[in-house]
Design a binder for this molecule. Structure first.
Ligand code: C2E
Ligand code: CA
Ligand code: CA
Ligand code: CA
Length: 281
């Protein structure tokens, strides 16, 4: 037993060592990736449920890893949050998304695209001059504040309320809109949201998944949509995969949706052809 304990301890130490080395390697790799511009963005359409017209796109980051190929956020966002690399990545994402969006607007004045949605991590939002960073990014890219929707999470709003509130107010005064992402997965309630300077609620996929199979879930989503509208918040339903879900949400009066049913995240080159206003036959 003693021998076992000892080898168990050794194994523990070596696991710990491996984890530390891996963390360090990841940290270095992420910083290199920023410098070598290995991050790329895909864009997922956000549509009007009534006619499926694309009104916005959400920018989603990927890592074009030199040996491991294209990696989704699952493989690196958490590590980037922990190491702080997310601040640099996020700042790149913001600028790149605005630059791309300004180009789409310039190349296609008839576009139905009204905004680009950008995810902001709590760590990035808490940097001292976040609102200024956004202002500079808008100026440098020639994008209008009205084209930008920033997606933040409930937990950010709940912690550090004062500084966060001041920044949100400043951003909204500039004309930038704010969305609460993954709504329903945290602890905030709609009555709390009423006091927050936000414009859009993104209903988490986990809420949408069961609306066709559970009457309770259907009723809950219905109530959230109604309440949000009464609070002057627009609602985007996330993770719509089936036509039935789209129909149910549309019937509830939910105006916007996003999900594989409409489109997966796409490369920038595939967006313009989807967003040209088409004449009805
Ligand atoms: P999110 O912000 O909730 O983004 C939506 C995620 O759901 C995306 O995954 C999208 O591809 C996926 N999705 C969309 N529709 C469907 C659907 O119908 N079914 C299913 N199963 N999934 C759907 P992705 O691109 O892997 O991103 C995962 C998460 O990584 C994002 O969740 C977001 O929290 C984070 N993330 C992505 N880009 C950024 C970024 O630039 N900055 C930060 N801080 N986080 C990011
Ligand atoms: Ca999001
Ligand atoms: Ca989300
Ligand atoms: Ca999510």
């Amino acid at each position: 037993a003693k021998g076992n304990g000892k080898s168990g301890w050794r194994r523990y130490q070596s696991d710990l060592h491996t984890a530390m080395v891996q963390r360090l390697e990841m940290r270095t790799a992420l910083h290199e990736a920023i410098e070598e511009e290995q991050f790329v963005l895909q864009y997922q359409p956000i549509v009007e449920l009534a006619d499926q017209r694309i009104t916005g796109v959400e920018a989603l980051v990927r890592w074009q890893h030199p040996s491991r190929g294209l990696l989704g956020p699952f493989f690196f966002v958490e590590a980037a949050e922990e190491s702080g690399a997310i601040v640099g990545i996020g700042s790149w994402v913001l600028r790149e998304a605005l630059r791309q969006f300004a180009r789409w607007r310039a190349e296609n004045p008839e576009t139905t695209l009204r905004y680009v949605s950008v995810n902001v991590s709590a760590r990035q939002f808490r940097t001292a001059d976040f609102a200024d960073q956004v202002r500079r990014a808008l100026t440098d890219t020639g994008a209008r504040a009205q084209w930008l929707l920033l997606e933040i999470t409930e937990s950010l709003v709940l912690r550090d309320a004062e500084k966060v509130l001041a920044d949100l107010e400043e951003l909204r005064a500039m004309g930038v809109r704010i969305a609460i992402d993954d709504f329903g997965t945290g602890y905030s309630s709609l009555s709390y949201l009423r006091q927050m300077p936000v414009d859009v609620v993104k209903l988490d996929k986990s809420f949408i998944d069961d609306i066709l199979t559970s009457r309770q879930q259907h009723a809950l989503v219905d109530a959230i949509v109604t309440l949000s509208h009464n609070l002057d918040l627009a609602v985007v339903a996330e993770g719509i995969e089936e036509v039935g879900q789209r129909a149910a949400l549309d019937a509830m009066g939910c105006r916007y949706g996003q999900g594989y049913h409409f489109a997966k995240p796409l490369w920038p080159a595939d967006i313009p052809e989807l967003t040209v206003a088409v004449e009805e036959p």
